[in-house]
Design a protein around this ligand. Structure first.
Ligand SMILES: Cc1cc2nc3c(=O)[nH]c(=O)nc-3n(C[C@H](O)[C@H](O)[C@H](O)COP(=O)(O)OP(=O)(O)OC[C@H]3O[C@@H](n4cnc5c(N)ncnc54)[C@H](O)[C@@H]3O)c2cc1C
Length: 391
């Protein structure tokens, strides 16, 4: 393997978009996240206070909200999209309101996603709109589909509605030349989600990849599924849109398996997830004409592997089938250093009313708080850059 053409230690490139004030604010936030007690108590307090209508959003909005989200609506988000465009960074846009259960809420989510898709026709660096299929269909219905139980008449109508909503978004995405990324969710509903998504790829990905599925490589069966989907795409003549991730539901999957006395589909250890992620990356790169790939990861080794494979295979860094993504507010050392090579780099950015995106913010705080997690790395890099600037 060639040596890597990029280093992630360059904090000057990584944080060039942050003013001294913003850098200090980010440092403060990440230090707070390290305090497990504060994160735990702060998380519950925030949710309760907001549900009581207490005016704490004045504290949250300029700090944690601004660090991880673009705005409460699309209009408010535009300045950030334009700042990123100037730095050649793309946007994966996500309406960050989660787990709703009524038809009215599903319709609202569809309308917000349609607006996001249409915005991509003017804000050219919006590369994709990311959706969860459970954002416009009932979780229990997907569970029933996975168990292959017969649906009653009203459930069949619900399913028809979900399919119609999905097609509405796909058609709008194709009209506005923007991709639609389908998030991967819990293993006990993932089968119907995969099936619906692959069916759309057959229809909408004839010339370009519009629809992308997400492959969670922390599952021991997903490398096989990915390879099989690559073959299907070859045989049937469509482009496979593949976002590869490790997977977000480690604890939830373990709990579910224990409660249902079943075997967890997750690898026995992190090394297993890492090995399959890197193998999936190689498989996609070996078939890069057939696969449009999004490497969605904060893992430095996997991102370096991508740059090495690009160099080794003589594939241009700016190949339109290659994209890299990190969450907005994290992993800038990867995003900006890879973008400096000319690779299509993006930030995954949620928008939505502050009260509704709080669960997302709490997850980010918790994840960044773990000593072994991303946090240690983020904090160290910010501290290095503060020292470098002498501030
Ligand atoms: C742009 C973007 C989109 C994403 N979309 C999705 C999505 O649609 N669905 C989804 O589920 N996740 C999604 N994620 C989250 C992703 O799956 C990971 O949880 C997260 O990015 C951390 O993994 P990592 O590759 O960045 O790196 P790392 O920090 O190296 O890896 C951490 C990950 O390793 C795995 N892991 C940790 N411990 C173990 C263990 N003991 N055994 C097995 N595996 C272990 C877990 O997946 C954990 O999240 C997305 C992430 C990004 C950046």
């Amino acid at each position: 393997m060639n040596s890597s053409p990029v280093s992630f230690d360059n904090t000057e490139i990584a944080f060039k978009s942050l003013s001294n004030f913003e850098l200090k604010k980010a440092l403060f936030l990440f230090k707070v996240f390290q305090n497990e007690f504060l994160v735990k108590v702060g998380g519950s307090f925030t949710e309760t206070a907001l549900s009581w209508g207490l005016p704490i959003s004045v504290f949250i909005k300029p700090t944690i909200f601004k660090h991880f989200c673009s705005g409460e609506n699309l209009e408010e988000s535009k300045p950030l999209f334009r700042q990123l465009a100037q730095k050649n960074i793309g946007v994966l846009l996500n309406y960050g309101v989660e787990a709703k259960e009524t038809d009215e809420e599903y319709e609202n989510s569809i309308q917000q996603n349609l607006k996001a898709i249409r915005l991509a026709s003017t804000e050219k660096n919006i590369r994709a709109v990311c959706i969860k299929l459970t954002g416009f269909g009932r979780f229990a219905l997907f569970e029933k589909l996975q168990r292959k139980e017969t649906l009653n008449e009203s459930e069949q109508k619900e399913l028809d509605k979900i399919n119609a909503r999905f097609d509405l978004l796909c058609n709008e995405a194709i009209k506005n030349s923007v991709a639609l990324y389908i998030d991967a969710e819990e293993s006990w509903i993932q089968e119907p989600l995969d099936q619906m998504t692959l069916d759309r790829m057959r229809i909408y990905n004839k010339e370009n990849a519009i629809v992308f599925n997400t492959y969670q490589l922390y599952r021991s069966d997903k490398l096989k599924d990915l390879k099989q989907d690559i073959e299907t795409a070859k045989n049937e003549g469509f482009i496979l849109g593949a976002k590869i991730v490790r997977g977000a539901y480690v604890e939830k999957e373990a709990k579910y398996a224990q409660e249902h006395n079943s075997t967890s589909p997750i690898h026995k250890n992190k090394e297993g997830s890492d090995a399959d992620f890197n193998e999936a990356l190689k498989s996609c790169m070996d078939n890069i004409n057939q696969v449009s790939l999004c490497v969605a990861s904060h893992n430095e080794e996997s991102c370096l592997l991508l740059t090495q494979l690009l160099a080794e295979k003589n594939i241009p860094y700016s190949h339109p089938h290659i994209c890299v993504s990190q969450l907005y507010g994290m992993g800038d050392h990867i995003t900006y250093n890879m973008a400096s090579l000319g690779i299509n780099c993006t930030k995954y950015i949620p928008f939505g009313p502050l009260v509704d995106v709080v669960p997302y913010l709490i997850r980010r705080a918790q994840e960044n708080g773990s000593v072994n997690g991303q946090m240690g790395r983020e904090l160290k890099l910010l501290q290095t850059e503060k020292r470098r600037r002498g501030i």
